[in-house]
Design a protein around this ligand. Structure first.
Ligand code: NAP
Length: 248
């Protein structure tokens, strides 16, 4: 049993999907948890359903990240677990890409994730664990995903360098890179139910294990990285995608 009793955890983007499932898992393992998100109502509802603390903070705004660090410091003092999970997806070809879409994706997924780590380093206890939520697309070459995929590839690079920089304090930094997981993320890009069902069928045909993953699967891997079984693991990335990125 992965016992995290007494550990204090911050999860960005915890009001739905993978962040929500990880908050539930961390709490079940004994941790005290703060979740964040942008939508106040969704953050409050999720926090109440989970029995954790919810704070509104936009990961794309440095001042909001600084404000969050200050609030978390007031509530928890220090933290042991930092799960940098909040992210957005948009699709377009390179030919059709817009600056707005580029800034949105890189602003949340890369710049926001980067400065969340940067601003929370002083709050991390020695021996703590940082986990980035990356994506298997960081290693894939699918059309229309250039901005999203490169934002996640950049995150993996920062993860490895952070692992080196924070090693003297025994703080471990790792990434989890899922393939398709059933969450709200794809509902947020304006596709119809029929289009989403079509995409899911297309994806399933490309996944050797023949299924879309669950948020709970990812949550278990994130909490593995936070526990005793991973005390000698840093700078690592686990791809969990049902084999989708294998060159079968
Ligand atoms: P989700 O259900 O849409 O959750 C995304 C979370 O991020 C929400 O809580 C959302 O809150 C929050 N968020 C988005 N932008 C934010 C911002 N600027 N500031 C603060 N919070 C923000 O989707 P998910 O699938 O669980 O996504 C979680 C992570 O997994 C993302 O980094 C995503 O790229 C990654 N991922 C997902 C999949 C997949 O297939 N689902 C696969 C690989 C990687 P609000 O709605 O309130 O903004």
């Amino acid at each position: 049993m992965n016992n995290l009793t007494g550990k204090k955890a911050l999860i960005t983007g915890g009001n739905s999907g993978i962040g929500y499932a990880t908050a539930k898992e961390l709490k079940a393992l004994g941790a005290e948890v703060i979740i964040t998100g942008r939508r106040k109502d969704a953050v409050e509802k999720a926090a109440s359903d989970l029995g954790v603390i919810g704070l509104v903070a936009d990961q794309s705004q440095i001042t909001a990240i600084e404000g969050l660090a200050s609030e978390v410091g007031t509530i928890f003092g220090k933290i042991d677990i930092l799960f940098i999970n909040a992210g957005v997806v948009e699709q377009s070809s390179i030919a059709d890409a817009t600056e707005k879409s580029f800034d949105n994706i890189f602003g949340v997924n890369f710049k926001g994730a980067y400065f969340t780590l940067s601003k929370f380093i002083p709050l991390l206890n020695d021996g703590g664990s940082v986990v980035f939520l990356s994506s298997n697309t960081a290693h894939m070459d699918g059309a229309n995903s250039s901005i999203y995929s490169s934002s996640k590839a950049a995150l993996n690079s920062v993860m490895r360098i952070a692992a080196v920089e924070l090693a003297p304090r025994q703080i471990r930094v790792n990434s989890v890179s899922p393939g398709p997981i059933a969450t709200e993320i794809m509902n947020k890009i304006g596709l119809s139910g029929e289009q989403l069902a079509g995409i899911n069928q297309w994806l399933i045909g490309r996944i050797p294990l023949g299924k879309i993953g669950k948020s709970e699967d990812v949550a278990k891997m994130v909490t593995f990285f936070c526990g005793d079984a991973a005390t000698y693991i840093t700078g690592a990335e686990i791809v969990m995608d049902g084999g989708m990125s294998l060159k079968a």
